[in-house]
Design a protein around this ligand. Sequence first.
Ligand SMILES: NC(=O)C1=CN([C@@H]2O[C@H](COP(=O)(O)OP(=O)(O)OC[C@H]3O[C@@H](n4cnc5c(N)ncnc54)[C@H](O)[C@@H]3O)[C@@H](O)[C@H]2O)C=CC1
Ligand SMILES: O=C(O)[C@@H](O)CS(=O)(=O)O
Ligand SMILES: [Zn+2]
Length: 435
Amino acid sequence: MTREYLKKASLTPASDASEVHATVKSILADIEAGRDDKAREYAAKFDRYEGNVLMTQDEIDAACDLVPEKLKADIRFAHDNVRRFAELQKGTTTDVEMEITPGFVAGQKVIPVDAAGCYVPGGRYSHIASAIMTVTTASVAGCKSITACSPPRPGVGVAPAIVYAAHICGAHNILAMGGVQGVAAMTYGLFGLPRANILVGPGNQFVAEAKRILFGRVGIDMIAGPTDSLILADKDADAHIVATDLVSQAEHGYNSPVWLVTDDRDLAVKVMDMVPGLIDDLPELNRENAFAAWRDYAEVIVCKDREDMAACSDEYAPEHLTVQAADLDWWLKKLTCYGSLFLGEETTVSYGDKATGTNHVLPTSGAASYTGGLSVHKYMKIVTWQRATRDGSKAVAEATARISRLEGMEGHARAADVRLAKYFPGENFDLSADG
Ligand SMILES: NC(=O)C1=CN([C@@H]2O[C@H](COP(=O)(O)OP(=O)(O)OC[C@H]3O[C@@H](n4cnc5c(N)ncnc54)[C@H](O)[C@@H]3O)[C@@H](O)[C@H]2O)C=CC1
Ligand SMILES: O=C(O)[C@@H](O)CS(=O)(=O)O
Ligand SMILES: [Zn+2]
């Protein structure tokens, strides 16, 4: 049996890519030329915001005062989990050194980048959790300057809970600016900010494209665009939970794909019957997003067995991958392409999105085939160093001279020759290409 598509997407995240590219490229060029004033113009155009951009301490304090105590406690709970997980990950990459050959030592040193620019999305929803995920990891990495930027609401500014989260997680600057203009402000060093060395954080297709275009002059974490999610479910999965979980991630936006992959046709049919009712039951904005995402981007695929399900999932390389099937250890071992994996019904993508401690800034649109999500490591440069004694350099110099000469790189070879001549006068070396 080949794979059977009970539902096939009519659109993919690449559908409007060239239009988005042209729009973003021209906004970036405009802002690079027109600096702060041009960025303000775009904020007025896209977000109807004309207020202060770089938040003052008084503005930050006033926003924090507006956040209810219970929500503050929840934000601190999530921050603590993300911080401790980031610290654990940081400990896995450390400075090391070894004596490569006698007298010749080579080492690795881990250095955090100076300035991190953290994008916190806020067009449709107030992504408090994204502020926690990005700022906390930058802070644990040891970045000296951390800027959080997020779209302001007209007449209000950045959502107070986002300001509170960015502040307690360690942001040094908070910028009331979203979209391409926010990304540009951090990259070009507008509003008195230092130029970012790395841009991190998720966002819509405009934000993701801005990061993609700017990559090279600034580092980026990855392409973390519109959310996507895949659920692997077998015959024993609870159809209501599977359907609820699919809808939970389709609400992100009209362009958020969700996919169900199963080897049980009956389960697939049950889930497809349930989804429209669950979408109807959502508040208006969420309903509109999920309705369009389910109609245009969702897929339901019946595979012949679990081997085929795993292969199918790896082809999608989803941002979020959930397994609601027997033998979770088998799946953990088998699956290779995902941003974050949720094993069993007892956990769910929403937990990881908001509070578990694993990062929710994750690769989308298949990028999980080559990268994982945001972690403390994305801010850390792993560099190398070396030093040698004169005796220790001898064997390396001889090999270098001969290899360089064989390559035709006489200048390189002579850098070795002069050292051999200086350190070992009177000794003869055969440093010819065929020596
Ligand atoms: N991959 C990941 O790890 C995560 C991804 N996300 C994704 O982040 C996204 C958030 O999107 P939004 O709510 O829209 O917030 P957003 O903050 O990413 O985008 C809002 C900004 O988009 C700009 N914009 C809107 N229309 C535009 C246009 N026509 N031309 C140029 N700029 C325009 C505006 O300047 C506005 O400030 C969703 O797609 C969600 O799925 C969210 C969290 C995590
Ligand atoms: O793409 C993601 O990771 C989002 O699901 C995270 S959140 O739900 O917007 O917090
Ligand atoms: Zn989510």
